[in-house]
Design a protein around this ligand. Sequence first.
Ligand code: NAD
Length: 503
Amino acid sequence: MALSVLAHRDELGVGQGRLFIDGSWREGSEGAVWTHIHPASNEEVTTFATASGADVDAAVQAARRAFDDGRWTSLKAKDRKRLLQRVAQLIADHADELDRLQTLDNGMPVSFSSIYQVSSHIAADVFDYHAGWVDRIAGETIPQYTGSDMFTMTLREPVGVVAAIIPWNAPLLLFAQKAAPALAAGCTVVLKPSEYASLTAFRLTELLEQAGLPPGVFNLVAGEGSVTGEALITHPLIDKITFTGSRAVGRRILAAAADGIKRVSLELGGKSPNIVFPDIADPDLTAAAMMGMVSMGLSGQGCVCHTRALIHQDIYDEMIDKLATMAGMCVLGDPFDPATTSGPLINTRQLERVTGYIEQGREEGARLVVGGDRPDGELAQGNFVNPTLFADVDNRMTIAREEIFGPVLAAIPFKDEEEAIRLANDTDYGLGASVQTSDVKRALRIAKAVRSGTFGINGFTVMPNAPFGGYKTSGLGREGGREGIDAFLETKTVNIGLSDAAF
Ligand code: NAD
C-alpha cells in the first residue's frame, strides 16, 4: 500500500491557512496560494494563502501602529508577562497536536518531533522562560565620571517592529525562539514561516490570538522568500530583522538591512566537528549518538548536526565499523509510524542536492562505507536517502566543507590533539562542536581552542536559558539566555542635571 499522510491531515483538522494581520485572518490580496506537498509521499496536503507586497505592507503598518501607540510597549510588566505565560500554557495544552502538525509540515518522524529540543515542550518553555524576563528588563545607574553634578541612568527599550523569518526544519522551536524574546522585550512582530512548513505557524498564531495579544502585536505572513520575504526585509518601517536559515539568504538580509541600518540577528548553517579520542567510556554509545545525530529525525537536516567525525587513528577502524552498524539500524518510513526513526528530505530539490553531494564525495575519492542510495518500494515515492557514511575523507573535500543538509557523515582520521583542533577549526562555519573523551583537562583545552558558538563535552543540547548562535559565517548574535533578550533591546542613556546649568 502506498504511503499516505492524508488521514493524519484530516484527523488534525488542517484546513486552508490564511494570513493573520492586525488581529484578523484574511486571504492574500492577490489570491496567491502555496500548495503544501508532504516530503514523505509527495502528496498535496493543503493550500494556504501567501502574502503579496501589499499584504506585507499591511502587516508591517499594523505592527508599526501597535508599537507606536504603546498598546504593547506600555503594558504593565505583570500583564505582558501573564499574556506570554498564557501562550506557554496553551502550547503545552496542545502539545501532542502541535508535534503531529510538525510531522505533517516537514516530515519529521513523530518519534523525534516529541523529543524535547525540537518539540512543542521546548516551544512552551521558550515562551515561559522569556515571560520571566518581562519584569526583569532594567537599566543601570552610572557613577559620575567628571564635570558638574549629574544623575545618569540607562533605560532598556524595545527595538521596535521586528521582521522574523524562519526555516522549515524546526518550526515549533524556531517560531518560539523568534516571537517569545521579541514580544517579551516589548517589540511588535511580523513573522514569515518557511513556505515548506507553515502549518505549525498557523496553529501557533491561533494560540497567540487565543491568549489575548492585542491586535497588530503579532502578525503572520506566509509565502515565498522571493516575494513575501523580500517585501518584509526591504520594508522601511521594520527596525530589526531576525533570521534563521541559509548563509545565502543571510547575506541577502545583511545587504537589505544596510539601507535603513536595520538591526540584524542571523542564525545560519554549520559544518560541526565531533572529535573522538580513544579513551571514550562507551564506544558503542558514542557511535550511536554520532550517527544518530546525522541520520535520525530529520535525516541530517539540522543546523547543529555534527557532520564531520574527527576520529583518533588508534580507534578509527573500530569506530568506522560501529558507525556503519548504527547507520544500518535506522528505520526509514512513514513519519507518523512511531517505529520510524528517520524522515525524508524536505523537497525534491533538496533530494537532488544531497545525492549530488554524495556523488561528488565518491568522485573526490572518499570511501563510501554505507548508504549513498535511496530506499525502494513505497518509500521511493518520498524524498528519502539512506544514512550515508564516508570514511577517509580529506578536510579539503567538498563533503567536508559544505553544509549538505542530509544524512551524510564524513569521517576524518587524526593523530593528536593539535591536529584535531586544526581540523575542527579549518571551516568557514562555527555553530557547534563536540569532543568525546574521559580526559577533563583535554576536553576543556579543546573547548577553549575550537571556535564555535556551542561546544559539547560528551553531550550536546539546546536550552531556552542558554545562548545559542554562531561564530564566523554561522551567524550574528545569539538567541536564548540574557543575550537573546538583549538582541531585542536598545539602550538609552538619560542624564539629569542636579544643579541649575549642568553641561
Ligand atoms: P533558507 O535560507 O532557504 O530559507 C529560510 C527562510 O528564509 C524561509 O522562510 C524562506 O522563505 C526565507 N527566504 C528565502 N529567500 C528570502 C529572501 N530573499 N528574503 C527574505 N526571506 C527569504 O533556509 P531553509 O532551507 O529554510 O533552512 C535550512 C537552513 O537553515 C540551513 O542552512 C540551516 O543550517 C539553517 N538553520 C539554522 C539554524 C540555527 O539556529 N543556526 C536553525 C535551523 C536551520
